[in-house]
Structures are given as C-alpha cells and as structure tokens.
Ligand binder design. Structure first.
Ligand SMILES: Nc1ncnc2c1ncn2[C@@H]1O[C@H](COP(=O)(O)OP(=O)(O)OP(=O)(O)O)[C@@H](O)[C@H]1O
Length: 424
C-alpha cells in the first residue's frame, strides 16, 4: 500500500520464557511521528528493540516497506532503519565526528572512504544537534546529555526511512529538547516515519501526530493525542488523577496531576466566585479539589474560568460572549451570592456589560466578601475600573476582606472569621 512504512500484525515477543508483548498491531504511514507512552515496564523498550531487530519476533509479523523485517540484509536494514536505544554505551575514546560518521556506514561501499556527501551529512547532523563544537572531543569525555545529542546526530546522519528513538531526551536540557523534537518532527515529514518513546506525555502530545499508549505489554489505546490522553485512560494506565487541559501554545492536550487533598475537619463554607479572564482558574481548581461547595459567575461562555469551572463541574452562571448581563442573570447572581457563606472577587476585567457582577455585592454583608486584589490601585483593570474600583473600596471600608496572594485563600477561609459559629 502506498505511503505505508511499517505494518505490525499480532506481534508477541519476550525474554527467555517470559512473554512481554502481546498481540501488538500497528500501521505506520510515511510522514508520521508516533509517540509511544506508558508506565515503567509496560513494554515500550521491548517494542523498540523488536522493531530494531535486537530482539526476535515470537509470533506475528513485522513488514517494513512491504517485506518482512527479517528478510533485509544487515546493510539494507541499516539504510532503512535507525535506532537510538535508551542507553548507548560506547567504551572507546572515538572522536564525536567518527561516532556520527558510523551512522553513514550502510551508505559507504566496502573498502571505500566516506564521500563528500557522507561528510556533508555528518556536518549537517552535528550542526542540527548543536554538537559541532564537540566534533573532536572523545565521546567518553562528554556529559550524558551531550552524548545523547551525539547519538541523535548519528541517526540523523544515517538518514533512514524509519527512526526509532527510545527516550531520546532522557538526559537532555529543555532548550535542546525543543530544538531536537522540532528537527525530528521535520525529519518525519519527508517520506519517513519516526517512532519515539517518551515519558513526557505533554511533549509527546504537542509534537507527535499519534500516540500509542502501552499497558502490560499491550496497546491500550492508539490515535490522535486528544483521543489517547483522556482522563479515564490516563487514570486507568498511570494510576493518577489527571486534569486534562489545553496547551495554550500548541492547542494539544496538557495533562496535570491532581494533588490528593486531605479531608479537613474544618467547616467548609459555601463559596461563590466572581472572576473572569483566567483570574479565577487556579481558585476554581484549588477549591474544587479541597472539597468546597463552589459556584461561579456570571462568566462569559468562552472565558477560560468558565471552561475551568465546567471541567470541575462547578455550577456556573454564564452568558454568551459580548452580551450585557441580563436582568434575569443578575437576579440569579443575587440569589447565589445571598446563599453563599463567602463571596470571592478577583481583579477581573470589568466592562459595562458585566458591571452588575460587582454591583450585586452591595446587597450583601461585606464581611463575607474576600477580594483578591493587587496591593496597589487601581484594583480592577479595564475602562470602567474607576466605577468598579470605587465600589470595591466602599466594600473594603465596610469590612470586606482583602488578600493579594490567592495562595493565602484557604488559610483565610478556615480562619475564625469564616468558621461555622460566626456564620448562620
Ligand atoms: N533483558 C531483559 N530480560 C528479561 N526481562 C526484561 C528484559 N528487559 C526488560 N524486561 C522486562 O520486560 C518488561 C518490559 O520492559 P521494558 O523495558 O520494555 O518496559 P518500558 O515500558 O520500556 O519501561 P521503562 O519506562 O521503565 O523504560 C519489564 O517487566 C521488564 O522487567
């Protein structure tokens, strides 16, 4: 089939008498970058080893460009497949340049010296991986990350059709990680494919076209990052409580790990949060996780606070974008703030349309209001800040509380002022 690089059908293999991989089937097309993710011991490296022919197939087939993997000569296989294992051990003091040139071996005729094209490929790979300055140094004298970059340079110089990278960034700093992953993705675009094992699932989600999630030697899920990185699958396979957000730069899923919060003996007040434009996102997650009964609004439907509230299934009053706060919504808001034990206000942008969000606060006991505001005025950005700031100042002088750091919020809520006996 055109464009197909690898077809794996019902693959099983293992070590000694142990079967590790079971019934693996996967189709890898050209121009694809596939990320293998999964917990320790799930079989990721074993999978890479069998693809690299370092481990024999026990059952099933692996077809490379339409022919069985085993049918390739050693040299032909080297032209087609490049492999960077998890740990590359080179004990001899070869200069870095020579190590990268080893990647060209399948291209160099026996008993011939490297051609200008081979030297050019080596120089290009050294430059791409930022290892040009290390070219004359012995490989044994490099740091872990530098050595790993040289190993990536070697496989880039090899110029194979299929690149297999097992945790390529394990020792590599963030600057080089991003530089390299972009180069690797670029490489996959030119009638090639890359399969990489990643522990950083967010990095994999941002750059890979498809993710393969492995669990207990099987493929548990395979598909686009958003299809694989779901709360249910992440929870099941990694045994964590994830929060799946959207990476604001790439638009791909971003997985956070939920902290376990101890149930407090302290009475938890009912809280209503008035926020907007992301100023309440942290508080929504914090209070939801801490077991507070929370409500939010009025927010704009596509506001990031609104999305966070929906994620935590917090009851939220919301209106469509660019609409003025309706009278009906203002009434609902008044009802919510009256029901709440504590009303929290953040320094959200206040336009004329949602000024009533602030105005309703004048109808409740100011002592149950906590304002999270910058220490200096104006408290509220935006064109109505004058009016809104005046309202906030009035509330503060009437007994509303003020903090500047959201991290102090829980402590304040559990303080005496908000304890059960001081609230009816
Ligand atoms: N050389 C070996 N001999 C015997 N068993 C092995 C060998 N290498 C790995 N295993 C076993 O195979 C299973 C899968 O290991 P593998 O290294 O493929 O997992 P992995 O998903 O790559 O893990 P990690 O994330 O820790 O690198 C594990 O139970 C491991 O103990």
């Amino acid at each position: 089939m055109t464009g197909q690089i690898l077809e794996i059908s019902d693959l099983s293999t293992g070590y000694d008498e142990n079967d590790i991989l079971h019934e693996i089937s996967l189709l890898v097309r050209e121009k694809s970058f596939i990320g293998i993710i999964g917990p320790n011991g799930s079989g990721k490296s074993t999978f890479m080893q069998v693809l690299a022919r370092s481990l024999p197939v026990r059952e099933g087939d692996i077809m490379l460009l339409g022919d069985s993997l085993q049918s390739y000569s050693f040299r032909d296989f080297g032209m087609k497949v490049g492999y960077v294992p998890q740990e590359s051990e080179i004990k001899f003091k070869y200069p870095v340049y020579d190590v990268v040139m080893m990647g060209r071996n399948p291209h160099i005729e026996r008993f011939r010296s490297p051609s200008e094209e081979d030297h050019e490929a080596v120089r290009r790979a050294l430059a791409q991986t930022g290892t040009l300055e290390l070219a004359d140094r012995p490989i044994t004298a490099l740091s872990g990350g530098e050595r790993q970059r040289v190993m990536i340079a070697r496989v880039l110089a090899q110029d194979p059709i299929l690149l297999l990278l097992d945790e390529p960034f394990a020792h590599i700093d963030i600057h080089h990680q991003y530089e390299l992953i972009r180069i690797i993705r670029e490489t996959s675009r030119d009638k090639r494919a890359v399969i990489g094992v990643f522990h950083d699932i967010n990095l994999a989600a941002a750059y890979c076209d498809h993710l393969v999630l492995m669990h207990d030697g099987r493929i548990r899920a395979c598909g686009k990052p958003e299809e694989v990185l779901t709360s249910e699958l992440i929870h099941e396979v990694f045994r964590i409580r994830p929060v799946i957000d959207i990476n604001p730069i790439t638009g791909t899923p971003f997985v956070y790990v939920e902290e376990e919060w101890k149930e407090s003996e302290v009475h938890k007040p009912r809280v209503h949060l008035i926020s907007g434009g992301g100023t309440g996102s942290y508080l929504i997650s914090l209070m939801s996780r801490s077991g507070y009964s929370l409500s939010c609004g009025v927010l704009t439907e596509n506001d990031s606070d609104c999305m966070m509230a929906r994620k935590y299934e917090v009851p939220t009053l919301a209106e469509p974008p660019f609409s003025r706060l309706s009278l009906e919504m203002e009434e609902k808001l008044t009802e919510q703030v009256q029901k709440a034990d504590v009303v929290i206000v953040t320094s959200m942008p206040v336009g004329w349309g949602n000024y009533p969000n602030i105005r309703v606060l004048e109808q409740i006991d100011p002592k149950k209001i906590i304002c999270i505001l910058p220490s200096s005025e104006p408290f509220l950005p935006d064109f109505t800040s004058g009016v809104a700031t005046e309202t906030i100042k009035r509330l503060l002088s009437a007994g509303a509380h003020k903090i500047s750091n959201p991290a102090e919020l829980l402590e304040m809520m559990q303080s005496k002022i908000f304890s059960k006996d001081t609230m009816q």
